[in-house]
Every structure is written in C-alpha cells, then in structure tokens.
Design a protein around this ligand. Sequence first.
Ligand code: 5RP
Length: 238
Amino acid sequence: MKDTRSNPEIKKFAGTAAARLIEDGMVVGVGTGSTIAFLIEALGRRVREEGLRVVGVPTSFQSRLLCGKLGITVRDMQDCASLDLAIDGADEVDPRLDLIKGGGASHTREKVVAMMAKEFVVVVDETKLVPALGTTFAIPVEVIPSALAFVDRRLRDLGGAPSLRMAVAKDGPVVTDNGQFVVDVRFPPASDLRHTDLDLHRIPGVVETGLFFDLASKALVGGGSPGSPTLRTLTRTA
Ligand code: 5RP
C-alpha cells in the first residue's frame, strides 16, 4: 500500500527538517516509514555531533532497529504514558490536517503515540496533500485474524469495499507488529469518514483504523524539485 509518486530526495529534505524540531532532553515518539527513516538518520547525526540527549519511542520494529543502529536511546511504548513530541509520516493529509496513516501497517501504535504526545507533527512530501481523505488511499483497518470473515461482512454492510492486505516478500497476508491483519477499505466518494470511523470502532474484532482526526497540530510539507527542495509548515486552524 505504499505510494510510488513521492520523491525520496524530497522526503529526505522534509524528514531532515523535522529532526530539527527535537530539543535536548525530549522524549519523542518516532513514527514509521521512509520519511521517518530520514528523520531518524538526521536525529542520529544530531545525537552524535551535537551530543543531543533524547529518548526515542518507536512505533514499529523497523524504526526501533534503525534508532538502535544510529545510537538513539529508545524506550518501549509500554513504559510511557506521555511524550514531549511525536513525529510521523502520513499517506494522506487533508486541509484540516486530518490524516490517513497505515501504509506501513503501524497505525495502531502510531495513533497511541500521537495521542500520548503534547504535540503531534506530521512530515510529508506534497504528493500526500489531498482535498479530502480517501481521495487516493484506502482506509487501513487492523483486524484480529479470527474476526476476519465477520469484519469483512460488516465492512461491506457499511458500504465499504475491503481488501485484505497481502505481503510482498512472504506468502499470505501482512501481519502487523501486533500480530494482526490489515484490511484496506475503500468507501464511496464523499462519505462522511468521521461517522464511518465511529462505525468501524463499533465492530468487534477491529483493533484500530488509520483515520487520524484532530491529532496533528502541524504539517511539515516538502516540495519543489530534488535539486531545489522547498519546505512549508501548515498549522491546524481550529
Ligand atoms: C506507517 C505510516 C507511514 O507514516 C505512512 O505510510 C507514510 O510512509 P512514507 O513516509 O514511507 O511515505 O503510516 O504505518
């Protein structure tokens, strides 16, 4: 479910800029994905070169491995109840800074970490900006495997078109870091996704959705061209 339109150079520019938001002494939620991998690289450099003291709370095995490799101290999510800041990527960002996340199947942990943080900042390249959520991306829904058939039926009853996410370098479905499956659901255009999100949370067997409403306070958006990248900051209004 990863996008193929984004340019890695622009992601790197935005991810590197996001690492500058982190201050000495912070405990920071570290999201997942290719943009966040660039943030982790830049943060590792700041730790080594500036002696920055930070603790990273990774939202995935992938981010944890990278933090460890680059010398960033990590703490388990389960040992945290609050964070100074959380930074993460996204698959879609609408004008209110509501998001679709979960292209890397980590949205459940990512949502917990986003909510734990005093401030949640999203970092993306401009291909992720959409007029309305659901424009390009389906809604990832994490589901416990034993409820798959039931949840699939309920998703169809809600007007969705569900598709079990399949692994690429493994036979069978994607299995999340929580040991669950991901179902990507498309809803008809102009659906009221806030309402749909409440309906999704009422289905037993649904763990979490990739809809992030009212969580991001700011978006760092990379744009321009690889030779001449630009960065703008969007701020949530009300
Ligand atoms: C993982 C996510 C990622 O943040 C999202 O998929 C964006 O990834 P990338 O920076 O690789 O485009 O939600 O679950």
